[in-house]
Design a protein around this ligand. Sequence first.
Ligand code: MG
Length: 385
Amino acid sequence: MSNIAHIEAIPVQAPAKEDDLDGSVDTLVVRITDEDGRCGIGECDAPPEVVKAFIDMPTAHLWSRNIAELLVGRDPLELTGLWETMYEATSYPGRRGLGIHAISAIDIALHDLAGRQIGKPAYKLMGGARRPFLTPYATIFPGMPRGRSITEILDVTEQQFQKAMNIGFHAVKMEVLYEDLVTDAQLVDCIRQGRRMLGDAMTMMVDFGYRWHSWHDAKWVLDRIEDCNIYFAEAAIQHDDLHGHSRLSRQTSIRVCGAEHAATRWEIREWIETGKVAVVQPDINRCGGLTEIRRISDMANLYGVLVIPHGWKTGITAACGRHFQASTINAPWFEFLSPDLYDSPLRRELVSPEPTITNGRMALPDAPGLGVELNDAALAKFRRD
Ligand code: MG
């Protein structure tokens, strides 16, 4: 046993594309070192300096404590106990949002470190394998319109679909964040074109990027693509409109899903009980880490709800998706941001190695911890502190 010796929160930033929507443009890397010098890494998808400030804040009182004071000297294998300690001791400023994003990054780093200490992959700390292989899905995001025509955007989408199929994916999500470039009727046509590009054998999901403020408008489009065999309809209406999600879910045969911004099982329970969604999509690096998504997926399973995590960050989050799906029965897919499909310096360079995909499948991870190594040269290049 080697206890926690040191915690670092390192803001990292790559050059941003103008007016785009790329969650992988920055990250907060958390690195936790044990008394023997072994390291575990984690990250979260929130403004890096703000989360760093949360992690580094000095203790004010019993419900607003400094994280390092809580963790240094503790055994990293006590994953759930440490999670509860952090949650309770930051409950005054935390409990949701940034406080949970901070705990997410730390919890991921603890899984990496604990796995390295015992020489086992992180999914074995999450209950072990529940499936023989992994099934990632690829998100195809051609970028925001930025003055392009819909024809130009669909051309990029088609090229990316082809590339995803060549890489070996069997499931693809079409991002249709076209804003007012298309009417709802034209959007229906775009999605039907997308299905024709992919052929009938591919699993196809659609992300609407919060297009509508009315569930009825969303229903109008979903009704007209019901014969396209769409696996799920993501972010059709506003994230906080859970009653709208409930109404929409009752009115369509397509699985309605969301919750990519949700934190903890407490918020996900509202998505399930009030929102009546078929699939929840918490991000492991935002919902509370690997400890919390384990609890979320166990809870969702009681309701017959699937958990297909969001993931648009670096290879650290991509690795988390693999360990989560490996150890989860009600996770038929996980979002896998492929560095070959989306041009992101941090996704490409920050950690390695990358898994291979064959016939839609990845092997279960076998290296200790998360199974990825921080690239020191990339960290030096992109760190902002
Ligand atoms: Mg999304």
